[in-house]
Design a protein around this ligand. Sequence first.
Ligand SMILES: Cc1cc2nc3c(=O)[nH]c(=O)nc-3n(C[C@H](O)[C@H](O)[C@H](O)COP(=O)(O)O)c2cc1C
Length: 404
Amino acid sequence: MIQCAFKLPNGTVLRNRLVKSAMSEALGDRFNNPTQGLVNLFARWSKGGAGLLITGNTPVDRCHLEHAGNFVLDCQSDMARARQLATAAKSGGSVALVQLAHAGRQTPELINPHPLSMSSLRLNLPGFGTPKVATESDFEDVVRKFTKSAALAKEAGFDGVQIHAAHGYLLSSSLSPRINTRDDRWGGSLKNRARLVLAVVRAVRVEVGDDFILATKLNSSDFQKGGFTHEDSIEVAKMLQNEGIDFLEISGGNFEAPASYQYKTKQSTIEREAYFLDYARDIKAVLNIPVMVTGGFRSALVMNNALSSGATDLIGMGRPFIVDPEFPTKLLNGSIEMAPAVERDFPPAEELPRNAALNWFCHQLALHGENGDSDIAVSVIDGHENYLAAIKFLTDRFLAARVL
Ligand SMILES: Cc1cc2nc3c(=O)[nH]c(=O)nc-3n(C[C@H](O)[C@H](O)[C@H](O)COP(=O)(O)O)c2cc1C
């Protein structure tokens, strides 16, 4: 049942099974430190009742942001602000993790025209440059950066980190034979393609110790021809377990094949809600560490069925937390039966500009930062356009503040 407490392998007890999965908030200031708006939002989410909160993706390298508004954890970070964020995220009784990421070839071109990647294969979307192919010393640097950021997350007072190895960012792309076309020890066989992710996880574990939560987010599949498959995912899950992670979150897709935040799906999926649940079930069957699955969960009935069927241990959700930060308490005490699912009323994606539905949610996060609340009366198109304008503003501000 979603109300039941859950003990992670490192001994940390989550007060229930509901987890806010990572959502990139774009609420960093011009030096990529948390704004007061971000701190306030995490305090609200913590009081909202979830067992676990995971921050939006937090780059380990300022040259490889996912966008200009990211909160970055590196040696230039304002640790007083990072501490405030950790304190806020734990203030209402949630356990709090930082999601550490390196955007790799999904770094916007304006931020880095030649981002580090496994090969020179450019993202097949406008606004992304031709990557620089990583060398041995680049890989060492990437491992060092993840390790440093994890140490800073611990110093700031977070309970753990989640290594982002999903959604097409550097670590996820290293697993994909479509993007990772290398013929050295970092490419080719699955063992070689998993080398970077495992090196990061291993180094972070050594740095933070066994008491600190170390989780990983992994694609169930890239859903791309020639990409990382479900069979690959099952094997990598076992390798990650051997590295001593505390739990594995299952998602899917990347920028080119955006599968992680679906909203118009076939009837059978609407009823089942969680579109990666069957993949998670296969992965959990070969593991003895906890599994979390994210994507589509909305009704308490479906969540409880997923838990009691043994397909997952934790229920990850994203978009409902934006619409109503207090929904977990209501779902847990039975005053609502479903988390908000406003996206179900959006027009079909084919009738909207690319990413409009996602950008509407990003705009709502910006409203939380500015006004302390969302405003679901904003139309999908207005939300989309407002977010595009906000990202342009954040990028110009970032570039003006950047010291090269
Ligand atoms: C606005 C927004 C930002 C997101 N940012 C991230 C992110 O930074 N890291 C990540 O792993 N997933 C990110 N996601 C994906 C969510 O973690 C989650 O997998 C997805 O929203 C599906 O869950 P849901 O159906 O409960 O919303 C984001 C999703 C949204 C809507």
